[in-house]
Design a protein around this ligand. Structure first.
Ligand SMILES: [Zn+2]
Length: 457
């Protein structure tokens, strides 16, 4: 049972995010599945399955009808909208391999490639340059009202995804509602937040971009990384090029990184004296370096139950060192005094609009299953059952501007029910890893490489 208090709590969030919710009379089954449930992780199973079936069927029809590339892919696989009659038929929906989103040409052809992934009619895109860079193509799309964003591997090969405004709102609303419901009753519009990501207005990295909703959910947000971050900058810092320009970028990063950490410590000192709630959201490695510095100085804080930490984007700290999610939580408790139940990891990706958030009780990753269906595949790309490890894939109905039926390079184990808490619906085990042979990827990973000219040393 959800108590009265929660209903009031989530209604307040909807008021803050009013601009993200389309008018009721324009709602599709996708909007029904995302905006209507008060808690995406506590929908009775049968009701959720119905919402899931209707929303995914709607999305499948939509992409089949309005996306020539996807329609061709379905015909090749001999699957048609009429084949999807019951929940059981969802497994037939053709899933696009994740490599597809990385296999793109350059220059003006890149613009055509993006246009082909896009479902529906593109607005007019004006590209001023004859041989545009990736950033210039993305800017041209975004000037026309779209939100093209990306993540990438350490090789600098990006995954580009075009969203329209409606899809972007669905995704932003989903992440805010998902996190706010899990940290109940801590969220409050008047709390203070720190974004451990680039300023959403100065980057097209999705993990940063999607955080623009943070500024509407919370009144007062400070930003860790306030410089512009482009694909060109990422290429310089991550690639094998050891030119002068590259070295200068690294040097600049190191200096600004030190300042970033000192600014966060000053912010902590300031908020220690108040009584208001605080929340960190973003890349774990930034907070890790903050805590390392505090430990070296023999200092700690005691925010207790009024503090929270939401992390996402990858767990590599140094080149070959992976921080365990559990160790990080323990350190947050020891150094900042924030209880482990308020330290939650979020698993999501640029290709999807479903956000798996850890439950405070057991730190399993809960799936928002009213609009998003998780799938696990074996090495032959056949679906496996609950309890078996394999490659993560999903059917995401909230992707309206591109077909959101995609495999990932992540290795997961899907369980039918959380072993710890009483929320219905499936969960992923907390440690998501890359499938062997797939490169490291993740937005935090990308930024870590950029920012650390090894600030931790
Ligand atoms: Zn749970």
């Amino acid at each position: 049972m959800i108590e009265q208090g929660y209903d009031v709590y989530i209604k307040k969030l909807d008021e803050c995010l009013n601009n993200y919710i389309p008018p009721r009379d324009t709602w599709t089954p996708v909007d029904e599945a995302l905006y209507k449930p008060k808690d995406l992780y506590r929908i009775p199973l049968k009701e959720a399955e119905e919402l899931q079936f209707k929303s995914i069927k709607f999305a499948f029809n939509h992409h089949y009808t309005n996306n020539k590339f996807y329609q061709g892919f379905c015909k090749e696989n001999n699957v048609f909208p009429d084949d999807i009659k019951t929940s059981g038929d969802l497994a037939k929906i053709p899933i696009i391999p994740d490599g597809f989103f990385k296999d793109y040409p350059r220059g003006k052809e890149f613009a055509t490639w993006l246009g082909n992934i896009y479902t529906g009619d593109l607005p007019e895109i004006v590209i001023k340059h004859s041989a545009p860079t990736y950033d210039q193509v993305i800017d041209a799309f975004n000037d026309a009202g779209l939100i093209v964003s990306y993540s990438s591997g350490t090789s600098g090969r990006h995954t580009f995804v075009p969203r329209d405004q409606r899809t972007f709102f669905l995704s932003e609303y989903a992440i805010a509602k998902s996190v706010v419901s899990m940290i109940y009753p801590l969220w409050d519009h008047n709390m203070s937040g720190y974004l451990l990501m680039p300023n959403p207005n100065k980057t097209n990295i999705y993990a940063g971009k999607v955080c623009s909703v943070y500024f509407d959910a919370i009144r007062d947000v400070s930003v860790a990384i306030d410089r512009e971050i482009t694909t060109e900058l990422i290429k310089l810092t991550m690639g094998g090029r050891r030119g002068l320009k590259s070295k200068m970028v690294r040097f600049f990063s190191k200096r600004t990184s030190q300042k970033m950490i000192d600014d966060i410590i000053k912010w902590l000192e300031r908020h220690e004296k108040t009584k208001e709630n605080i929340v960190f959201v973003g890349a774990p490695f930034i907070l890790y370096f903050v805590m390392e510095k505090l430990k070296k100085q023999g200092r700690s804080f005691d925010f207790g139950g009024r503090g929270a930490v939401g992390t996402g984007g990858g767990w590599k700290i140094h080149e070959n060192i992976r921080l365990s999610v559990a160790d990080f939580r323990k350190e947050v408790k020891d150094v900042l005094g924030i209880p482990e139940k308020h330290c939650l990891d979020v698993y999501g990706m640029v290709e999807g609009n479903g956000w798996m958030v850890q439950c405070p009780e057991g730190h399993y990753l809960h799936v928002p299953y009213s609009y998003y269906k998780p799938i696990v595949l074996d090495d032959e790309f056949e679906q496996v059952g609950y309890g078996e490890s394999g490659r993560f894939a999903f059917l995401d109905s909230a992707a309206l501007s591109y077909p959101g039926f995609i495999t990932t390079g992540d290795k997961v184990k899907l369980l039918e029910h959380c072993p710890v808490c009483d929320r219905p619906g499936p969960v992923l085990e907390p440690e998501v890893k890359r499938v062997v042979g797939t490169e490291m990827r993740g937005c935090a990973e990308e930024m870590r490489t950029m920012m650390t000219g090894d600030i931790g040393r």
